[in-house]
Design a protein around this ligand. Structure first.
Ligand code: URA
Length: 239
């Protein structure tokens, strides 16, 4: 890879700006000042520093965020804050994007990556990746709802969902549940409950495929996936 491309990729400005940086002598490759952006480097093995700081190159970044309510699961928006706006500069330079959508008011597990293949695979309807949601429901969720969800629910537009696995955690006037679904239709969880005459008052995604929300992350916080989590997620999806 060309040195100026690496510098640009890692957020040190455009190629032109990288040129300036090189001219100033701030870039060392294996301890030797580099002047020419065309210089070929091995990003994984060469020791490259910019103004004394080591550049650690990686092609892909995998982040898990506990999405807060009020923030959009999009890369940019004119009016609202997005999950990408919450990233540190050093993570944003990888140009990651959120994998799939959560409603503005939904919280919880949001995978953010620049790995298009993994994202595509997780979202592919053919892969039937399970997603589990914790929800609070206005209304008493019953055994009958478990059966209805297992059979598939007819939504407001006539679409019949694939079987959903409903677990009741609390069955009172305000219920608490876990629902696992294999698809991701628009507002699906909310619409499934509307179909049985109940209303979701709080929604949080807790898992996606093999990936579980790290409950130590507070709302808006994120961390990199461990190598093990990435490996599991990929093998879960046969990548
Ligand atoms: N189902 C919904 O209704 N909303 C979400 O954000 C995710 C699933």
């Amino acid at each position: 890879m060309r040195l100026d491309k690496l510098l640009a990729n890692m957020g040190y400005g455009s190629r032109k700006e990288a040129k300036q940086l090189l001219k100033g002598g701030g870039v060392l490759v294996n301890g030797v000042p580099a002047k020419d952006g065309k210089q070929h480097i091995e990003p994984e093995s060469d020791h490259i520093t910019v103004n004394g700081e080591r550049i650690e190159y990686k092609e892909y970044i995998y982040l898990m965020m506990n999405k807060p309510p009020g923030v959009l699961s999009a890369t940019e928006d004119k009016y609202d804050e997005t999950v990408i706006d919450l990233l540190e500069f050093e993570d944003a330079v990888y140009q990651p994007f959120p994998v799939g959508r959560l409603d503005k008011d939904t919280e919880g597990l949001m995978l953010i990556t620049n790995d298009g293949q993994l994202s595509h695979s997780l979202l592919s309807p053919k892969k039937h990746v399970p997603k589990t949601y914790y929800a609070k429901i206005a209304g008493k969720v019953t055994e009958a709802d478990i059966l209805t969800f297992k059979r598939g629910v007819k939504l407001d537009d006539g679409y019949v969902t694939k079987p959903g696995d409903l677990e009741i955690l609390l069955s009172e006037e305000n219920s608490e549940i876990l629902l696992t679904i294999m698809e991701g239709k628009f507002h699906q969880v909310k619409r499934m409950f509307e179909a049985v005459g109940k209303h979701v008052t709080y929604l949080k995604r807790v898992s996606m495929g093999s990936l579980k929300l790290d409950e130590s992350l507070s709302l808006g916080e994120y961390r990199e996936l461990t190598d093990e989590e990435v490996k599991l997620l990929k093998s879960f999806n046969n990548i």
